[in-house]
Design a binder for this molecule. Structure first.
Ligand code: NAI
Length: 254
């Protein structure tokens, strides 16, 4: 039987996390760095640089690569940067995501917004897997986490585009898990519930405005009832750790 001194320890693990500039991705980058991971944040939001800097200031290891996950060349460059910095990759977390067109009827939702949502939430995950799989395989014990959602998986979404994209991300994660298991890459999907982040709060605000409710009340209610990114980060940090090496399939959070 294998025993680990600290089963949640991520020392020496190299971890690439998309969407790490804020929200769930940021909280995950911070926590995993605290647990010893060498973190590389890929995000198109330049705030990722600040997050990486503050992790480094706190004694952790972090770098930022500005990346649009929809763009094949940029994703290739992001993974190349990981290779140059660390020479390996053990963990890939795909947390970059967008939610467009909440509460819009099909005839209201601009086609561009539908396509953009699909591009980030599905194609972005595919491109990351495409470029990272060879490095994850070399690690001998690679882990990939697809951040999907309960939306489009166990229930509907406020957004037609988002529900479609997260259902697709779930299908992609399941299929990647099967394709990559022979290469010693464990793929799991995470389906968070309602979590207080910019993405979720913009949905709450849109819903309140659309129905003529108080925006402040909607924000306060969400803050009271919903989960926080740090809670999801603890779940992801477990999922990528050696402690979770028997984990398969989809993990749901509140
Ligand atoms: P957020 O809006 O706070 O963070 C999303 C991050 O993704 C941002 O840093 C943004 O810059 C980045 N991003 C967006 N498009 C990108 C692109 N094309 N290239 C690179 N980076 C890009 O949102 P949150 O809530 O932290 O979301 C993280 C993940 O969790 C997303 O995949 C989201 O769909 C998922 N999720 C969130 C839930 C919630 O209630 N907040 C519930 C279920 C799933």
């Amino acid at each position: 039987m294998t025993t680990f001194a600290n089963p949640l320890d991520l020392s020496n693990k190299v971890m690439l996390i998309t969407g790490g500039a804020q929200g769930i991705g940021e909280a995950t980058a911070r926590l995993c760095a605290e647990r010893g991971a060498r973190v590389v944040i890929g995000d198109f939001n330049p705030r990722g640089e600040e997050v990486a800097h503050s992790i480094t200031e706190a004694g952790g290891s972090a770098a930022f690569v500005q990346t649009d996950v929809r763009d094949d060349a940029q994703v290739a460059a992001m993974v190349d940067k990981v290779r140059t910095l660390h020479g390996r990759l053990d963990i890939l977390v795909c947390a970059a995501g967008v939610l467009k067109g909440p509460y819009m009827q099909p005839e209201e939702l601009p086609i561009e917004e539908f396509v953009m949502t699909i591009d980030v939430n599905i194609k972005g995950v595919f491109l990351c897997a495409r470029h990272a799989a060879p490095l994850l395989e070399q690690s001998g014990n690679g882990v990939m986490i697809v951040v999907a959602s309960g939306a489009g998986v166990i229930g509907p979404s406020s957004s037609l585009a988002y529900g479609a994209s997260k259902g697709g991300a779930n299908g992609l994660g399941m299929t990647l898990a099967n394709h990559l298991k022979g290469r010693n890459i464990r793929v799991n999907t995470l389906a968070p519930g309602n979590i207080v982040t910019d993405m979720k709060m913009s949905v709450e605000i849109a819903g309140a405005q659309r129905e003529g409710r108080s925006v402040n009340d909607a924000i306060a209610k969400a803050q009271q009832e919903y989960g926080v990114p740090e809670g999801v980060a603890r779940v992801i940090a477990f999922m990528v750790s050696p402690e979770a090496d028997y984990l398969r399939g989809v993990v749901f959070t509140r």
